[in-house]
Each structure stands twice: as C-alpha cells, then as structure tokens.
Write a protein that binds this ligand. Sequence first.
Ligand code: HEC
Ligand code: HEC
Ligand code: HEC
Length: 426
Amino acid sequence: MKWLRLIGLVAVPFALLLMAIGLFLFARQGGFAPYRLPQDSGRPIAHDAATLARGEYLARIGDCEACHTAPGGSAYAGGRRFATDYGSIYSSNLTADREHGIGAWSRDEFAHAMRHGVSRRGPLYPVFPYEHFATLSDADIDAIFAYLRSVPASAHVPPDNRLTFPASWRGALVLWRMLHYRPAAPAATMDDRGRYLVDGLGHCAMCHSAREASGALAVDGYLAGGRIPGSGWYAPPLDAKQLQHYSIDQLADYLRAGVADSGTAYGPMAEVVYRSLQYLNDEDALAMARYLKSVPAHPQHDSGFVLLPEPARPSVAGNGADIYRRACADCHGKDGEGEPGRYPRLRDAVATRVPDPIDAVRMILYGGFAPTTARNPLPYSMPPFVQRLSAADIAAVTNFVRENFGGQHSSLTATDIQAMHGIVLD
Ligand code: HEC
Ligand code: HEC
Ligand code: HEC
C-alpha cells in the first residue's frame, strides 16, 4: 500500500498543477465571457448616407469584401476558400439574408464576433482576423454593420469547411485560444490613428508578423516578417529599418499606388493594395506611413524567423551573372538599379534583401503583376521564366541577384527550385 500512497503524493499535486495551468490559460483568453453571446441592447444604428459611406470606406480598409466574396460570386455572400495546414476554411455570408447571412444578428452580436471571434456558430477560426479587429471603436463597428446591412442580400450558402480532426471541431478552438490568443486591450491604439489602422482594420500583422511553428502569431514577432501560412510568400518586416528607403510621403504613395521608387507591390501585397489600400484617404495613408516608419526594428530583423533550411553551403552563383545580363538587365538595369516608376530596382529590393528566398524564386518562376490603381493605371509586369530557363539557371540567377543586390548569402540549387515549382497554394 505504500506505493499507492507514493503515487498519490506525486499524482495529486501534478493534477492540481495541471488544473491551475488550465485555469490560468482559460482566464488569459478571456474566461467565459467570449462564449456568452450578448443580449440585444437595442442600441439604434444610424443609417444615414454619411454613416454608410464611412462604413463602406472602413470595410475597404478591413478588406472584408475580398475575403467574404467567392471568385465570381456576389459581394459579401461568402464562400472564398482559405487553405490552412489543417484543410480548407470557407468565409461566411455577411449579407443581410436572415437565414444564411447576418440579417437576423443584432448590432451587439456583430460587435461581439468582431472583438471576440465568437458567433452563433461558436468560436471562429482565426483566418477571420478578429485578433486584430478587437481594438476597433464602437463607432467604426457600427458603421461597418450599417454598411453591410445595405449591400444586396444573398441566400448563398458557403461550402462546409473541410478540416481534419480535431481542427474540424469548433470546440477545439477553445484550446487553441488558451494557448495562443491574447485579447488586445480595447482601445489600446486609439490615440495614434496610424497604429489604430495598421493594427486594427488593416490587420497588417496577419501577414507581416512572425509566426510560431503551430502557425500562431509569435508573442514577440510583431511586424517582424515571416512566411504567410497557407501561401508560398514571405512578407517582409515592417519597421523603421526595412522602410528606411521610403520617406513618409513615398510610403503613403506606395500604399495607395502599389509602386514607388523604393518598391513595388506583388503577390498578396498587390491584392491588398488593389482591394483595400488604394482607397485610403490622404490623412489615413500618411498616418499609417508615419506609424510604420516609427516601429523599432526587431532584434532579429536581419536573421528573420522562418527560413528555408539552409545549411552552410558554398555559394553557387555560377553563370548567374551571364543569365542576368541576358534575361534581366534590360528591365532591371546593369547594376540592378531599375528604372523608377517602371521596373523596380533589385538593389536592396524586398525579394533580394529578405532572409527568405521564396519571393525572389517565385517572381522569377511565375512573374508578377503590380496592381492596377487610380495612381498607377498601367502597371508594368514581370514575365515568367519557368518555361525559358532551366531550374539550374533559375537557381544561379537567384543566387546572383540575392548576393549582389541584396547582400544575402544564397546557395540555392536546381533541386531547391524544383521543390518550389509546386507553390500553388494561393
Ligand atoms: C483574411 C480573410 C478575412 C478578412 C480580411 C475578413 N474576414 Fe470575416 N471571416 C473570414 C473567415 C474565413 C470567416 C469564417 C470563420 C469560421 O468559419 O470560423 C469569417 C467570419 C466572419 C464573421 C462571422 C460570421 C458568422 O456567421 O459567424 C464575421 C461577422 C466577419 N467575418 C466579419 C468580417 C468583417 C466585418 C471584416 C472586415 C472588417 C472581415 N470579416 C474581414 C475571413 C476574413
Ligand atoms: C495577405 C498578406 C499581406 C497583408 C494583409 C499585408 N501585406 Fe504588406 N506585403 C505582403 C507581402 C507578401 C509583401 C512582399 C511583396 C512586396 O513587396 O510587394 C508585402 C510588402 C509590403 C511592403 C513593402 C515593404 C518594402 O520594404 O518595400 C509594405 C510597405 C507593406 N507590405 C505594407 C503593408 C501594410 C501597411 C499592410 C496593412 C494595411 C499590409 N502590408 C498588409 C503581404 C501582405
Ligand atoms: C520585361 C521587364 C522585366 C524582365 C525582363 C525581368 N523583370 Fe523582374 N520585374 C519586372 C517588374 C515590372 C517587376 C515588378 C512586378 C510586380 O510588381 O508585380 C519585377 C520584379 C522583380 C523582382 C521582385 C523585386 C522586389 O521588389 O522585391 C525580382 C526579384 C525580379 N523581378 C527579378 C528578375 C530577374 C532575376 C529577371 C531575369 C531572369 C527579371 N526579373 C526579368 C520586370 C522585369
């Protein structure tokens, strides 16, 4: 019987400790409060033209329509697919349809979903950027709600999510929240318009922050750059160091035009500019630029968080310089200096300078398009080279441009490039 007492002596404190940790984590994600849907307070919502216009503007900055519209589907009727490591998630119908949309929701229910990520359906998947929307003001949430009420109702039923167990069970999200969700202090960003927009509606951190292996935002990875989950792109850090080549005015222009002397938007950033940021008014574009240029560089700025596995290998620029001269220099210039407003310079460009080579490889394989915007109605594009150059040549030219114009040690091989041929995640 002695051993039983011994087990008791160890097991009971251990169980108590586990319980205490569980309670602590549960309290940290907000306790029970997020799971209690609010009563309708009956607070009236303004529906005047000015409120609707403001709601439409804010919804654009939040990029709600892009995520909540399926390709070819009606606006806000949901059904856009998002690939995750656990399977596919489909966005919801946000139109005023009472059965399939949010027509039967109260204003308070909507605010609750935006701030806590919980709706009638239970806890919501964090593809919905509620982690970022939590800081929105009441007035902004009300204006967006009023605007959504004004878009044509659609009875479209988005497909069911296709996820593997346990991710398929919404209850499992409570555990995810305990481990990864730290609710933002409400209105923490209210006194800085730029930060309010970047951290809140703009949800820039969703792509531009570092993530842990689980895919959750890293606690100390704020705007530190990283691979975007479910997508073969790397988003660079956004801080004073990364953005040193832009003046505040130039950065505000980049956000709205999609091009500037110091950079050009492509891949997912081109979509963000096209759908959302090109509509920023002067004041907001400047406020965002001012804030971004004030973010201190992360201590790991230069090493980055998520890299392709790159053991120390010798550089293999090989005939990269030759290929560059023949295939690239016409547009990007003999010394990677580019041609302002038309072809981006490669010297110190995002794709040549960031620690992860994926953006460079992907641009060279498949080419790219800058977004068409009011400020840049006829953008230049980059042709794909996947048919014109062998994998070995693409490796060589990538190594050449990253080493010579970005100061990055680069030793990609044909095999690395072939492994990246399959990047068709988005
Ligand atoms: C990056 C893509 C993305 C963006 C941007 C986005 N959403 Fe969503 N949203 C989703 C997905 C995906 C879901 C479904 C989540 C789920 O099934 O758990 C969702 C769910 C919701 C829900 C819950 C609906 C329900 O029936 O439970 C609301 C409300 C919502 N979004 C509002 C908005 C608003 C308002 C904006 C803009 C300010 C917005 N979303 C921006 C992807 C997005
Ligand atoms: C869907 C993912 C995604 C979102 C959301 C996103 N970005 Fe980006 N962003 C990228 C990627 C990928 C790049 C790198 C490609 C490029 O330079 O266009 C990028 C590049 C940039 C650059 C160029 C940096 C440089 O050094 O030249 C700036 C500035 C920027 N983003 C600002 C923002 C801001 C501000 C927001 C929020 C309003 C935002 N991004 C939201 C993916 C995203
Ligand atoms: C016909 C002109 C043209 C040619 C030829 C061309 N590019 Fe480009 N390149 C562009 C344009 C335009 C962009 C910007 C595209 C965008 O914004 O989507 C670009 C973007 C890039 C980028 C991303 C730059 C950044 O800001 O991060 C890289 C890297 C790149 N090109 C490398 C190359 C290499 C290597 C070659 C030769 C194998 C090449 N390009 C050939 C026009 C060209």
